[in-house]
Design a protein around this ligand. Structure first.
Ligand code: 3PG
Length: 205
């Protein structure tokens, strides 16, 4: 699957920080049951790699990617685990769209966007979206950079996701709000499915 095919599958990509590998499969199933089928598991915890493997093996219908990919070696590690995509908070020097796994690089400024476009990327994570200018920044990027499209992430939630999704240069948004840590800890998968269902209903306009 191309990055575009992945990012157009659902309006919201859950950004997951998984502390306990035992949570990975029920969490993934709860999100997929609510209609969020593209899952980003961040490389921030010791449980991340095993969680990715478990989700790929056992969560039917999920497209699993790795987040917090900070260098080329981590991109390769994502590919080796079988991830469908990798997400970085920033630009990774020397990395191109072609590589072991599709890469969604992060940008926060026009200068970073220009560097990313020069490297051949056309789809970016705006990060951290709420402090990098929010919807106003994306509107301002539209005219000078019509080829660039975005997945804003960082400070996006139920209250502002629709505003981002209404923008023509936004493909989808990312966020952690659909998997609150207390619900994960408590195994409250029904609550997570309900949050996912609300998020999945935020159709891209
Ligand atoms: C992150 O890096 O944790 C993501 O951007 C998610 O941000 P959020 O917790 O503000 O949704």
């Amino acid at each position: 699957m191309t990055l575009e095919e992945i990012l157009t599958r659902a309006p919201v990509i859950p950004v997951l920080v998984i502390d306990d590998v035992a949570h990975a499969v029920p969490l993934g199933r709860a999100l997929v049951a609510g209609g969020l089928t593209v899952l980003e598991v961040t490389f921030r915890t010791p449980a991340a790699a095993a969680s990715i493997e478990a989700m790929i093996a056992e969560v039917e219908g999920a497209v699993v990617g790795a987040g917090t990919v900070l260098d080329a070696a981590m991109r390769q590690a994502a590919a080796d685990l079988g991830c469908a995509f990798a997400v970085s908070p920033g630009l990774i020097e020397g990395e191109r769209p072609q590589g072991p796994v599709p890469l969604l690089p992060g940008v926060a400024t026009a200068t970073e966007l220009m560097a990313g476009l020069a490297a051949g990327f056309e789809i970016f994570k705006l990060f951290p979206a709420n402090v990098a200018g929010g919807p106003g920044a994306l509107k301002a990027f539209q005219s000078p950079f019509p080829q660039a499209r975005f997945c804003p992430t960082g400070g996006v939630g139920a209250a502002n996701a629709a505003e981002y999704l209404a923008l023509p240069n936004v493909i989808c948004v990312g966020g952690s709000w659909v998997a609150p840590p207390d619900a994960v800890r408590a195994g409250d998968w029904d609550r997570i499915t309900a949050l996912a269902r609300d998020a999945a209903a935020l159709a891209k306009s």
